[in-house]
Structure formats: structure tokens, C-alpha cells
Design a protein. Structure first.
Length: 253
């Protein structure tokens, strides 16, 4: 796997969270999310404790709260879906601020918001403290199928290239006086999307031929071996272990 590059999601730092091996952090986040999803939605207090745990990790990693909250905006579409649930779900209705809302819909909306927000927050912390190249090495270390790791690697490498191609096409349209004001301009945008697909496909073919000519046989060489000590695994396991204790209390209380 060749040299990577810092992504805008990554925040440079030297905290104990940054120094943990990537596969330890990936495993910790996956286990934490599984525990959160397994928690009964009626245990409202448990989700508050999960948020406190993530806040402690963010403080340890020196990730500003404002940055974390801004990146949580990616879940806005799910929030919109959750807001509609109390209005469309069936079952007993309750009055909330003069509105008749479905009780099951309210619980469903809370379930989506609480668990989704905590899962996204954990993922944001992972991306903010781990370089993308390290994430790929961590996935390899966790024995993820090599083909999936390669697809993710190429997506990261050439995502910025395709985005830059889109930017150049936009500049070319603007320089010719094009403005997307309504439905009539959709044809031009559709042609631009088709041209972008063809260019990307041709670029992919050229890259593949270049790789084959250099000895590519279906697997990428690993230049860095990522290892972790028992102490590092224990440190990474602290978050899911604490969450598991909260989850068990949520089921028993």
C-alpha cells in the first residue's frame, strides 16, 4: 500500500488516542456501536452515559466540542426522518405541546436519534484521530477481505481527483455562461455527469493497465506492519467495556 495523504477529516495530534494502533480503535468503535444498538430504548439514562463516555474520549484526544458538533451535521437526513415518525406511526397517541403524536413513533424517533447520533459521534472521533492510510492498514490487520480494502483505498486516492475534475467542468460551464436556474438546464447537468463517468472509467482503465505493467496480480503490497501490545488493546477496550457495563445495567434495572 503506497503512501497516503492527510485527509481533512483527520486532526493532527499527539494524544493517547492518536497513538493507539488503528485496528485497536476500529475494533473498539465497532464494539461500542454494537453495545449502543443493543441497549433498550427505554433506558434513556444509559444513552446519556454513553455520551459522557464519548465526551471523555474526545477530551482525551483533544478534539474540540465545536468541531465534533459540526461534523455531526452529516446525520441531518436521519434526524428529518426521525422527526416525521411520531406523525406517521400507528398506535396509542399522546398530546405533546398541543400535538397528537404516536407514542410508538416517539419511542422510534428517540431510538434512531440516540443510537444514530452516538454511532456517528464514535465514527467522527475515529476519523479525527486516525489517518485514512492507517485506517486501511488497520482493516487489513483485522483480516477484512483484501478486495474491499483495495476498493476503499482506490476510493480514497481518486475521490479527490474526481472531485477536482468536477470542479474543472463546473468552471468550464460557468465560463460559457451556463447557470442552473431550472429544469431546462438539467439536460446539460446530465451530460456533464455522463462525461464525468466516462472520464473516470477511462482513467480507471489507464491506472489498472499501469498497475498490471508494474506487476499487480490482485493484491497490494503491505509496506507497514501494524502491531499492538496487550496494554494498547486494554486501553482501546476501555470504551466498549464501560459501555457494556452500562448496557447490562440498562437491561437489568
Amino acid at each position: 500500500m503506497g503512501a497516503g495523504h492527510a485527509h481533512r477529516l483527520y486532526r493532527q495530534g499527539r494524544s493517547p488516542v492518536h497513538r493507539l494502533p488503528p485496528h485497536c480503535k476500529i475494533a473498539a468503535v465497532v464494539c461500542f456501536v454494537l453495545v449502543v444498538v443493543s441497549t433498550p430504548r427505554e433506558a434513556v439514562w444509559a444513552f446519556g452515559l454513553y455520551a459522557v463516555l464519548l465526551g471523555a474520549v474526545a477530551a482525551l484526544a483533544r478534539i474540540p466540542a465545536g468541531l465534533l458538533l459540526r461534523r455531526l451535521l452529516i446525520e441531518v437526513p436521519f434526524v428529518a426522518f426521525a422527526v416525521l415518525m411520531p406523525f406517521v406511526a400507528e398506535g396509542p397517541y399522546v398530546d405533546v405541546l398541543g400535538l397528537s403524536l404516536s407514542e410508538s413513533g416517539l419511542w422510534g424517533a428517540w431510538n434512531i436519534l440516540a443510537k444514530g447520533t452516538l454511532g456517528v459521534a464514535a465514527s467522527v472521533l475515529l476519523a479525527s484521530t486516525t489517518e485514512l492510510r492507517s485506517l486501511l492498514l488497520g482493516l487489513q490487520r483485522l483480516r477484512l477481505p483484501p478486495l474491499l480494502v483495495q476498493i476503499a483505498s482506490f476510493m480514497i486516492r481518486y475521490g479527490d481527483v474526481i472531485a477536482d475534475e468536477m470542479r474543472r467542468m463546473k468552471i468550464a460551464r460557468t465560463s460559457r455562461g451556463f447557470e442552473a436556474r431550472g429544469v431546462r438546464q438539467w439536460g446539460v447537468l446530465a451530460k456533464s455527469a455522463g462525461a464525468l463517468f466516462i472520464r473516470s472509467y477511462e482513467r480507471g482503465e489507464r491506472v489498472h493497465l499501469a498497475m498490471v505493467s508494474r506487476g499487480y496480480t490482485g493484491s497490494m503490497p503491505v509496506t507497514d506492519e501494524v502491531t499492538a501490545t496487550r496494554a494498547q488493546w486494554s486501553s482501546a477496550a476501555a470504551l466498549p467495556a464501560a459501555a457494556l457495563a452500562v448496557c447490562l445495567l440498562g437491561w437489568t434495572l
